[in-house]
Write a protein that binds this ligand. Structure first.
Ligand SMILES: [Zn+2]
Length: 528
């Protein structure tokens, strides 16, 4: 047996110990990569004085094993309804089943919610010479589309007005886009305008569709497609009465090729691309010809899924505390690189799994019941938690509190100073409650200091509980340069700090679950 495997086995062994208490994670949605040699995490911290014994069951090794599985490339960024998201839902359900929780979904562990879809059909492709590209592509289109073009490719430079020739009717225009500028999710969302501009210029010259060779597929122009375009196993989804063509306002459908494939189509058109991704020379080959097929269908067959389980309490078991964390993220980029979403939100999901294990196996049961809610659709608009709040599988008036964790893996720390995290509703917020007050007090025992996270009050799943009058507390580490980037990977998480935050979340909910009274809303206060 090899060292790495031994290491992996040792790590898995630990995981299995954890998991066997909790069930062996199935390698679904594509085989999980062998766990690399990982740095030593050090021993779990000693729990603070007065902490319930359960807290010791939440440890950095268990958190890391879950986070690495959830954020593995094989999960392909866990886009809602994708194979990776469904495998993740099964991973969570299997874990809870092994813990002896009871399913609290519609029929079993899953709570499903309907979605309308705009789907990329497998017939979508561009073909020329011996080549045919029908994977690693994206399509920008506004609804149902059927394009079948056969004819000459016309090279249109970068798609700006000056480089798009007239007379494109019946032709297949080919545009080369280099690197998109800027970084960060805000910039990514705006980057799509570049594609809209290209579609307008091609449309002006009579085109009915176009091909974009995205040489800058690792930049904001590549990132933006995950929010607005159709990719294989990545339909555009709509929830409830929400309308609006997420495919935005392109004037005509655009098929976008990854840099690798784009280079070979451009070569066929007589355009050479340098190693730096810039156009070297363009001697348009007017014999270049091929076929373009874009097929986009709409249906209402989309199904989003939440995973719901319950640990029944003792003396007050009709009432419950809901622990929640979303497990979905934004998928895989055109170039094949996954948005691993390690902090967002493999960290919170790992926390939720360890917290469930602590409640189930760490010591006596609490007075009130504990509902564990792992939702999808969060990145798309808090859909999964909205559905649960509208179709609760536990009576809403019996839910006394919600503890939500989203991005707990990148807490800050200045030298030996406290671990810094954000919490909302803060003491300045009208929804400030006794839960937050008590959590901030408990946090000192873990060396955690909070600042206001009210910026995020409406940006994660607790908000749907707050909207229906449930007192909430939301822990998050705030945005960082890897937020919604392919660089949000499991090796960048701080597992010792994550351990502290997950334990604090546990203890916060444990106290509410055993309290004689129910949490109260305090409203704005001068201090925590
Ligand atoms: Zn998130």
């Amino acid at each position: 047996m090899s060292a790495r495997r031994t290491l992996a086995a040792v790590l898995l062994g630990a995981a299995v110990l954890v998991a066997q208490g909790a069930g062996t994670p199935p390698a679904a949605g594509g085989a999980t990569a062998a766990t690399p040699t990982l740095p030593d995490l050090g021993a779990p911290a000693a729990p603070p004085d007065g902490a319930p014994p359960h807290v010791g069951r939440i440890d950095r090794a268990g958190l890391r094993t879950h986070a690495y599985w959830l954020a593995d490339d094989a999960r392909a960024g866990r886009y809602t309804t994708s194979a990776g998201q469904q495998a993740t839902a099964k991973y969570v359900a299997d874990h809870w089943k092994k813990l002896g929780l009871k399913p609290l979904g519609d029929k079993g562990w899953l709570q499903s919610y309907p979605l309308r879809r705009t789907v990329l059909d497998a017939a979508t492709a561009v073909a020329f010479g011996a080549g045919k590209f029908d994977r690693d592509l994206a399509v920008l289109a506004t609804g149902e589309t059927k394009v079948a073009l056969a004819g000459k490719f016309v090279y249109c430079g970068n798609g700006a007005a000056a480089s798009v020739p007239p007379g494109l009717a019946g032709r297949i225009p080919v545009v080369a886009l280099g690197a998109g500028g800027g970084s960060g999710v805000g910039n990514d969302l705006q980057a799509v305008q570049r594609f809209v501009d290209v579609s307008e210029q091609l449309h002006k010259q009579g085109a009915t569709a176009g091909v974009v060779c995205l040489l800058g597929d690792k930049t904001s122009l590549g990132n933006t497609l995950n929010y607005r375009a159709l990719l294989p196993d990545h339909p555009q989804l709509r929830y409830g009465s929400g309308g609006g063509d997420r495919g935005l306002r392109v004037k005509l459908p655009l098929l976008v090729l990854s840099a690798a494939q784009g280079r070979s189509l451009l070569a066929h058109c007589g355009v050479t691309v340098g190693d730096d991704g810039a156009i070297d020379a363009a001697k348009p080959n007017d014999k270049a010809a091929g076929k373009l097929s874009i097929v986009v269908k709409e249906d209402d067959k989309g199904v989003g899924s939440n995973v719901v389980g319950v640990l029944e309490g003792t003396t007050k078991k009709a009432e419950a505390v809901v622990f929640s964390a979303h497990h979905d993220h934004v998928g895989r980029r055109l170039d094949g690189d996954a948005f691993n979403g390690a902090d967002d939100n493999a960290s919170g999901t790992a926390g939720l799994l360890e917290i469930a294990e602590a409640f189930a196996l760490g010591g006596p049961r609490p007075a009130r019941s504990i509902v564990f809610l792992s939702v999808s659709g969060e990145e798309l608009g808090l859909w999964g938690s909205d559905w649960f709040a509208a179709h609760p599988t536990w009576p809403l008036d019996k839910i006394v509190a919600n503890v939500n964790i989203d991005m707990i893996g990148r807490a800050g720390r200045d030298g030996d100073g406290p671990i810094t995290m954000q919490v909302t509703p803060s003491h300045q917020h009208e929804k400030y409650s006794s839960i937050v007050r008590d959590a901030v007090a408990l946090a000192k025992g873990f060396g955690i200091a909070f600042t206001s996270g009210d910026t995020y009050y409406e940006r994660s799943d607790h908000y749907n509980f707050a909207k229906v009058g449930v007192p909430v507390v939301f822990f998050c580490d705030g945005e960082h340069p890897d937020y919604h980037q392919v660089t949000d990977t499991a090796d960048r998480l701080s597992y010792d700090r994550m351990e502290a935050v997950a334990r604090l979340a546990f203890w916060t909910g444990w106290n509410v679950a055993n309290d004689k009274g129910k949490p109260t809303t305090l409203g704005p206060q001068p201090g925590w």
